[in-house]
Design a protein around this ligand. Structure first.
Ligand SMILES: [Zn+2]
Length: 289
Protein backbone atom coordinates (compact mmCIF):
# COMPACT_ATOMS: atom_id res chain seq x y z
CA UNK A 1 0.00 0.00 0.00
CA UNK A 2 1.36 3.39 -1.03
CA UNK A 3 0.37 6.70 0.50
CA UNK A 4 1.76 10.19 -0.13
CA UNK A 5 0.85 13.85 0.21
CA UNK A 6 0.69 15.36 -3.28
CA UNK A 7 -0.35 18.88 -2.15
CA UNK A 8 -0.95 20.28 1.34
CA UNK A 9 -4.01 18.45 2.66
CA UNK A 10 -4.23 16.11 -0.34
CA UNK A 11 -3.29 12.44 0.17
CA UNK A 12 -3.25 9.78 -2.52
CA UNK A 13 -3.44 6.11 -1.61
CA UNK A 14 -3.08 3.05 -3.85
CA UNK A 15 -2.13 -0.61 -3.82
CA UNK A 16 0.26 0.19 -6.68
CA UNK A 17 3.17 2.63 -6.88
CA UNK A 18 2.05 3.41 -10.42
CA UNK A 19 -1.03 5.24 -9.06
CA UNK A 20 -3.43 3.67 -11.58
CA UNK A 21 -6.87 4.98 -12.52
CA UNK A 22 -9.66 5.26 -11.66
CA UNK A 23 -8.97 8.24 -9.40
CA UNK A 24 -11.66 8.31 -6.70
CA UNK A 25 -11.77 11.55 -4.68
CA UNK A 26 -13.31 12.20 -1.27
CA UNK A 27 -13.18 15.79 -0.04
CA UNK A 28 -14.05 17.26 3.35
CA UNK A 29 -14.27 20.67 5.02
CA UNK A 30 -14.54 22.93 1.99
CA UNK A 31 -16.15 25.08 4.69
CA UNK A 32 -14.07 25.42 7.84
CA UNK A 33 -17.07 25.42 10.20
CA UNK A 34 -17.93 21.90 8.93
CA UNK A 35 -15.09 19.84 10.45
CA UNK A 36 -16.88 16.47 10.05
CA UNK A 37 -15.57 15.96 6.51
CA UNK A 38 -11.91 16.51 7.42
CA UNK A 39 -12.27 14.31 10.51
CA UNK A 40 -13.92 11.54 8.46
CA UNK A 41 -11.17 11.50 5.83
CA UNK A 42 -8.45 11.67 8.53
CA UNK A 43 -10.02 8.58 10.08
CA UNK A 44 -10.09 6.81 6.70
CA UNK A 45 -6.44 7.77 6.10
CA UNK A 46 -5.59 6.26 9.51
CA UNK A 47 -7.49 3.06 8.67
CA UNK A 48 -5.60 2.79 5.36
CA UNK A 49 -2.23 3.47 7.06
CA UNK A 50 -2.87 0.87 9.74
CA UNK A 51 -4.07 -1.56 7.03
CA UNK A 52 -7.50 -1.99 8.57
CA UNK A 53 -8.66 -0.91 5.11
CA UNK A 54 -7.10 -1.87 1.80
CA UNK A 55 -7.37 0.05 -1.47
CA UNK A 56 -8.63 -2.01 -4.43
CA UNK A 57 -7.69 -1.22 -8.04
CA UNK A 58 -7.19 2.48 -8.70
CA UNK A 59 -6.11 5.40 -6.53
CA UNK A 60 -7.99 7.13 -3.70
CA UNK A 61 -7.54 10.88 -3.17
CA UNK A 62 -8.40 12.19 0.31
CA UNK A 63 -8.71 15.97 0.22
CA UNK A 64 -8.94 18.31 3.22
CA UNK A 65 -10.10 21.24 1.14
CA UNK A 66 -9.84 24.21 3.51
CA UNK A 67 -7.40 23.44 6.36
CA UNK A 68 -6.85 27.08 7.30
CA UNK A 69 -10.55 27.86 7.75
CA UNK A 70 -10.97 24.55 9.61
CA UNK A 71 -8.26 25.58 12.08
CA UNK A 72 -10.16 28.87 12.58
CA UNK A 73 -13.55 27.14 12.87
CA UNK A 74 -14.95 29.58 10.29
CA UNK A 75 -16.72 29.03 6.96
CA UNK A 76 -13.81 30.82 5.27
CA UNK A 77 -10.82 32.93 6.32
CA UNK A 78 -11.41 36.60 7.19
CA UNK A 79 -9.56 37.95 4.11
CA UNK A 80 -10.72 35.15 1.84
CA UNK A 81 -14.03 33.95 0.45
CA UNK A 82 -16.34 30.91 0.39
CA UNK A 83 -14.18 28.19 -1.20
CA UNK A 84 -17.26 26.54 -2.67
CA UNK A 85 -18.24 29.67 -4.60
CA UNK A 86 -14.95 30.16 -6.46
CA UNK A 87 -14.93 27.25 -8.89
CA UNK A 88 -15.83 29.41 -11.90
CA UNK A 89 -12.48 31.17 -11.27
CA UNK A 90 -14.14 34.49 -12.21
CA UNK A 91 -12.08 36.25 -9.51
CA UNK A 92 -8.91 35.75 -11.59
CA UNK A 93 -10.36 38.31 -14.02
CA UNK A 94 -12.19 40.60 -11.64
CA UNK A 95 -10.14 40.72 -8.42
CA UNK A 96 -6.63 42.16 -8.32
CA UNK A 97 -4.04 39.73 -6.99
CA UNK A 98 -3.32 41.76 -3.84
CA UNK A 99 -6.97 41.37 -2.81
CA UNK A 100 -6.93 37.56 -3.03
CA UNK A 101 -7.26 35.70 0.26
CA UNK A 102 -6.29 32.16 1.21
CA UNK A 103 -9.24 30.52 -0.58
CA UNK A 104 -8.47 32.23 -3.90
CA UNK A 105 -4.99 30.70 -3.87
CA UNK A 106 -6.30 27.40 -2.52
CA UNK A 107 -8.91 26.91 -5.26
CA UNK A 108 -6.17 27.31 -7.89
CA UNK A 109 -3.95 24.88 -5.95
CA UNK A 110 -6.73 22.26 -5.93
CA UNK A 111 -7.95 22.87 -9.49
CA UNK A 112 -5.61 20.48 -11.31
CA UNK A 113 -5.76 17.56 -8.89
CA UNK A 114 -9.58 17.67 -8.53
CA UNK A 115 -10.09 18.33 -12.24
CA UNK A 116 -8.17 15.13 -12.98
CA UNK A 117 -10.37 12.81 -10.87
CA UNK A 118 -12.71 10.17 -12.31
CA UNK A 119 -15.40 10.43 -9.62
CA UNK A 120 -15.80 12.74 -6.62
CA UNK A 121 -17.60 13.10 -3.27
CA UNK A 122 -17.68 16.41 -1.37
CA UNK A 123 -18.78 16.24 2.32
CA UNK A 124 -20.61 19.07 4.11
CA UNK A 125 -22.72 19.66 7.20
CA UNK A 126 -25.46 22.23 7.77
CA UNK A 127 -26.34 24.80 10.44
CA UNK A 128 -29.68 23.15 11.15
CA UNK A 129 -30.68 19.51 11.45
CA UNK A 130 -31.41 18.03 8.03
CA UNK A 131 -31.91 14.52 6.73
CA UNK A 132 -28.72 13.48 4.89
CA UNK A 133 -29.01 14.45 1.24
CA UNK A 134 -26.88 14.68 -1.87
CA UNK A 135 -26.66 17.20 -4.69
CA UNK A 136 -25.74 15.50 -7.95
CA UNK A 137 -24.05 17.01 -10.99
CA UNK A 138 -25.83 14.41 -13.13
CA UNK A 139 -22.72 13.05 -14.87
CA UNK A 140 -22.32 9.35 -15.80
CA UNK A 141 -23.12 6.92 -12.97
CA UNK A 142 -23.13 9.39 -10.08
CA UNK A 143 -26.86 9.02 -9.36
CA UNK A 144 -26.50 5.22 -9.07
CA UNK A 145 -23.55 5.65 -6.68
CA UNK A 146 -25.53 8.24 -4.69
CA UNK A 147 -28.27 5.68 -4.02
CA UNK A 148 -25.76 3.43 -2.26
CA UNK A 149 -24.27 5.79 0.31
CA UNK A 150 -27.07 6.12 2.89
CA UNK A 151 -28.66 9.45 1.98
CA UNK A 152 -32.43 10.05 2.05
CA UNK A 153 -32.75 12.57 -0.80
CA UNK A 154 -30.95 13.31 -4.02
CA UNK A 155 -31.22 16.84 -5.44
CA UNK A 156 -30.77 17.54 -9.16
CA UNK A 157 -30.06 20.88 -10.87
CA UNK A 158 -28.66 23.16 -8.22
CA UNK A 159 -30.13 26.31 -9.72
CA UNK A 160 -27.90 29.36 -9.88
CA UNK A 161 -24.98 27.94 -7.92
CA UNK A 162 -23.99 25.34 -10.45
CA UNK A 163 -21.19 27.25 -12.14
CA UNK A 164 -19.51 28.33 -8.88
CA UNK A 165 -19.51 25.14 -6.79
CA UNK A 166 -17.02 22.30 -7.11
CA UNK A 167 -19.52 19.86 -8.61
CA UNK A 168 -20.39 22.45 -11.28
CA UNK A 169 -16.70 22.83 -12.19
CA UNK A 170 -16.39 19.03 -12.43
CA UNK A 171 -19.58 18.85 -14.55
CA UNK A 172 -17.90 21.04 -17.17
CA UNK A 173 -15.14 18.41 -17.34
CA UNK A 174 -17.71 15.56 -17.48
CA UNK A 175 -16.58 14.20 -14.09
CA UNK A 176 -19.36 12.58 -12.00
CA UNK A 177 -19.57 14.40 -8.67
CA UNK A 178 -21.77 14.63 -5.62
CA UNK A 179 -21.94 17.03 -2.68
CA UNK A 180 -23.51 15.61 0.48
CA UNK A 181 -24.97 17.36 3.50
CA UNK A 182 -24.61 14.83 6.33
CA UNK A 183 -26.65 16.66 9.01
CA UNK A 184 -26.14 19.47 11.52
CA UNK A 185 -22.63 20.68 12.51
CA UNK A 186 -23.57 20.24 16.16
CA UNK A 187 -24.95 16.68 15.91
CA UNK A 188 -22.76 14.54 18.24
CA UNK A 189 -22.86 11.74 15.64
CA UNK A 190 -21.99 13.95 12.66
CA UNK A 191 -18.43 12.62 12.23
CA UNK A 192 -19.75 9.06 12.37
CA UNK A 193 -22.35 9.91 9.71
CA UNK A 194 -19.76 11.60 7.48
CA UNK A 195 -17.42 8.61 7.86
CA UNK A 196 -20.24 6.17 7.00
CA UNK A 197 -21.15 8.14 3.88
CA UNK A 198 -17.51 8.43 2.76
CA UNK A 199 -16.89 4.71 3.35
CA UNK A 200 -20.07 3.75 1.49
CA UNK A 201 -18.96 5.94 -1.42
CA UNK A 202 -15.54 4.22 -1.52
CA UNK A 203 -17.33 0.85 -1.49
CA UNK A 204 -19.87 1.83 -4.15
CA UNK A 205 -17.11 3.05 -6.45
CA UNK A 206 -15.02 -0.11 -5.91
CA UNK A 207 -12.15 1.91 -4.42
CA UNK A 208 -11.67 -0.31 -1.36
CA UNK A 209 -11.66 -4.05 -0.94
CA UNK A 210 -14.02 -6.36 0.92
CA UNK A 211 -17.01 -4.10 1.06
CA UNK A 212 -20.34 -5.14 2.44
CA UNK A 213 -21.80 -1.65 2.89
CA UNK A 214 -22.92 -0.55 -0.51
CA UNK A 215 -26.53 -1.74 -0.68
CA UNK A 216 -28.90 0.35 -2.75
CA UNK A 217 -31.60 2.04 -0.66
CA UNK A 218 -34.74 4.03 -1.44
CA UNK A 219 -33.71 7.60 -2.22
CA UNK A 220 -36.20 10.31 -3.12
CA UNK A 221 -34.95 12.33 -6.09
CA UNK A 222 -36.06 15.96 -6.36
CA UNK A 223 -35.37 18.73 -8.85
CA UNK A 224 -34.62 22.30 -7.71
CA UNK A 225 -36.83 24.72 -9.63
CA UNK A 226 -36.59 27.91 -7.57
CA UNK A 227 -33.88 29.79 -5.69
CA UNK A 228 -35.08 32.38 -3.21
CA UNK A 229 -32.71 35.19 -2.21
CA UNK A 230 -33.13 36.80 1.21
CA UNK A 231 -35.10 39.97 0.38
CA UNK A 232 -34.32 41.98 3.55
CA UNK A 233 -32.98 41.79 7.10
CA UNK A 234 -36.59 41.51 8.33
CA UNK A 235 -37.26 38.34 6.34
CA UNK A 236 -38.17 35.29 8.40
CA UNK A 237 -39.49 31.86 7.53
CA UNK A 238 -43.19 31.00 7.75
CA UNK A 239 -42.26 27.90 9.78
CA UNK A 240 -38.93 26.70 11.23
CA UNK A 241 -38.04 24.71 8.07
CA UNK A 242 -35.47 21.93 8.54
CA UNK A 243 -35.41 20.82 4.92
CA UNK A 244 -37.42 18.42 2.75
CA UNK A 245 -40.78 19.30 4.27
CA UNK A 246 -43.48 18.95 1.64
CA UNK A 247 -45.15 22.33 1.04
CA UNK A 248 -48.73 22.37 -0.25
CA UNK A 249 -49.99 25.23 -2.47
CA UNK A 250 -50.54 28.36 -0.38
CA UNK A 251 -47.91 27.49 2.24
CA UNK A 252 -46.06 30.57 3.49
CA UNK A 253 -42.33 30.08 2.83
CA UNK A 254 -41.42 33.35 4.51
CA UNK A 255 -42.18 37.07 4.77
CA UNK A 256 -40.78 40.46 5.64
CA UNK A 257 -42.61 43.74 6.25
CA UNK A 258 -43.87 44.09 2.67
CA UNK A 259 -43.30 40.75 0.92
CA UNK A 260 -44.85 37.33 1.34
CA UNK A 261 -43.53 34.28 -0.47
CA UNK A 262 -46.01 31.42 -0.86
CA UNK A 263 -45.79 28.32 -3.03
CA UNK A 264 -48.24 27.84 -5.88
CA UNK A 265 -47.64 24.12 -6.45
CA UNK A 266 -46.61 21.20 -4.23
CA UNK A 267 -42.86 21.28 -3.60
CA UNK A 268 -40.14 20.66 -1.02
CA UNK A 269 -38.17 23.14 1.11
CA UNK A 270 -34.45 22.49 0.48
CA UNK A 271 -31.50 23.71 2.59
CA UNK A 272 -33.23 26.55 4.44
CA UNK A 273 -30.65 28.88 5.96
CA UNK A 274 -32.00 32.03 7.55
CA UNK A 275 -28.55 33.16 8.66
CA UNK A 276 -27.33 34.52 5.30
CA UNK A 277 -26.68 38.03 3.99
CA UNK A 278 -29.48 39.91 2.22
CA UNK A 279 -29.35 38.89 -1.45
CA UNK A 280 -27.89 35.44 -0.73
CA UNK A 281 -29.88 32.22 -1.12
CA UNK A 282 -32.11 31.67 1.88
CA UNK A 283 -33.98 28.56 0.67
CA UNK A 284 -34.49 26.45 -2.46
CA UNK A 285 -37.72 24.88 -3.69
CA UNK A 286 -37.74 21.50 -5.40
CA UNK A 287 -40.30 19.23 -7.05
CA UNK A 288 -40.42 15.47 -7.55
CA UNK A 289 -38.45 14.25 -10.55
ZN1 LIG B 1 -20.61 23.36 3.40
Amino acid sequence: MFIEEVKPGVLRVSASAEWPRPYVGVCGSMHGDEPCGALAIQRIAGELESRTLAPAAGTIFLVHANPRATSLGRRHTAEGDDLNRLWDFGFTETLRLEAWGYEHHRVLELRKVLGDLDIFLDIHSAKTATPPFGVSNGEANIDDVAKRIGISYLVQSWYGLADKVIIGFLKLAGIPALSVECGAHGDPLIVEKAHDIAMSFLCATGAIEDCSRADAAAVQTVHVVETIAKPSEEFHFGSPWKGFERLEPGTLVGRDRVTEIRVSRPCYAVLPNHDVEVGDDVIYLAVDC
